[in-house]
Design a binder for this molecule. Sequence first.
Ligand code: SF4
Length: 120
Amino acid sequence: MAEKKGLLLCVCLGSCPSFSKMDIFEILNRARKEKLVDWVGIHPQLCADDGDEYLKALLSGAKTDKLYVAGCDPNMQRKMFRDAFEAAGFPRETHIGIEIRNLDTDGAYNAIKEAITRGE
Ligand code: SF4
C-alpha cells in the first residue's frame, strides 16, 4: 500500500512577521497541484492547547505514514508536539519539521518540496 503523507502549515497566528512574505494558500495549492502529499492543512498555532487537540484528532484517525509540518524550527516542533503525538499513538519519528520562517512563497515552497522529495 502506498505511503500516506500529509502537510500542515503552521503560521504563528498568521500575524507574525516571519510569515508575512509568503502566500500560504498559494503554497498549499502548489503542493496539491504537484501531488507532493495526500492531504494539506493549515493551523494558526499548533503549539497552543487546541493545537494539541487538533493533532490528536487528526492523527488518531486514518493512518498517516509521514507528517510534514512547515513552520518554525524542527527541533522546537519536536518538543512542542511530543505530548500530542504520544497521546495520539503517532510515532514521533514520522514527523518531519520544515523551517519556513522569513521565506517568501517560492522559498517556502521550495524548502517544502525539497524535504518531501528527499523523503526526510
Ligand atoms: S508551532 Fe511553531 S510555527 Fe506553529 S505557532 Fe507554534 S511557534 Fe509558531
